[in-house]
Design a protein around this ligand. Structure first.
Ligand code: ADP
Length: 228
């Protein structure tokens, strides 16, 4: 007999597989349709139409790549134990800012002390990468994004602050759930996978940290992470 706890875990696993399969099926179906249409456009020498469908195929495959890489991150967090090392947190954040597009890179203001801290460096990269990605996605291009890293007694504090659309209080807990999105259409069109914040939460938890969300709808969002 399975106890209640195991049943709950089993249900969560089934839901996760159903969600992940659905998220992957959508771009695959779209790619198949776009390939068929592009082939018939080429047969009729409609080059511009063919190009349009090729672009669609490229976008869908990029979306799949992002989703697969997020799923791999999530499974890495579940399967392996954290491997803590003394790392320079500032240089990890600098590297992640460096991966952003130029227009996003230019609006990030990063202030930090040089801090060495014992943490899994991959986990810390995932945390900052996903918070940056969201701050960029959910705020306008002309709005600044602030990243602050400092020491507070024996703790270190990381905050990512944007002046974007914000998150309603009623959604504050749910945004950390896998595949939960406040606005599905908007998240998808921005290349969101719906699992970024669950990756962040998982990576923070397993390194013994705490995460806090402060947000006012329409004026911005701050994620603050503290490690003792
Ligand atoms: P997604 O890939 O959809 O961004 P996440 O798990 O990273 O998935 O975030 C879940 C949802 O939380 C997003 O779909 C979005 O609605 C909301 N969200 C996350 N970060 C922010 C932010 N900085 N500003 C506004 N909304 C946000």
């Amino acid at each position: 007999m399975m106890d209640k706890n195991n049943q709950d875990i089993d249900k969560l696993k089934q839901e996760f597989i159903a969600n992940a399969s659905h998220e992957l099926k959508t771009p695959v179906t779209s790619i198949q349709l776009a390939v068929e249409t592009a082939i018939s456009a080429l047969e009729n020498s409609e080059i511009e139409d063919a190009k349009r469908f090729m672009t669609q195929i490229l976008q869908d495959s990029q979306r799949m790549t992002l989703l697969l890489s997020d799923l791999l991150d999530l499974s890495q967090l579940e399967v392996n134990n954290p491997e803590k090392e003394l790392v320079n947190l500032k240089s990890i954040i600098d590297a992640e800012i460096g991966f952003l597009s130029d227009e996003n890179k230019n609006r990030v203001v990063f202030e930090s002390e040089d801090i060495e801290f014992l943490i899994d460096p991959n986990d810390f990269s995932m945390i900052i990468r996903n918070l940056l990605r969201n701050a960029c996605n959910y705020s306008e291009l002309d709005k600044e994004i602030n990243v602050n890293l400092f020491k507070d007694k024996s703790s270190i504090v990381l905050s990512v602050v944007d002046k974007g659309r914000g998150i309603a209080t009623s959604d504050h807990e749910r945004v950390f759930e896998r595949f939960y999105r406040v606005d599905k259409g908007r998240s998808r069109s921005l290349g969101g996978t719906g699992i970024g914040l669950s990756i962040v939460k998982h990576a923070v938890d397993r390194n013994g940290g705490l995460i806090e969300l402060d947000s006012v709808l329409g004026s911005g969002t701050t994620f603050t992470i503290k490690f003792e």
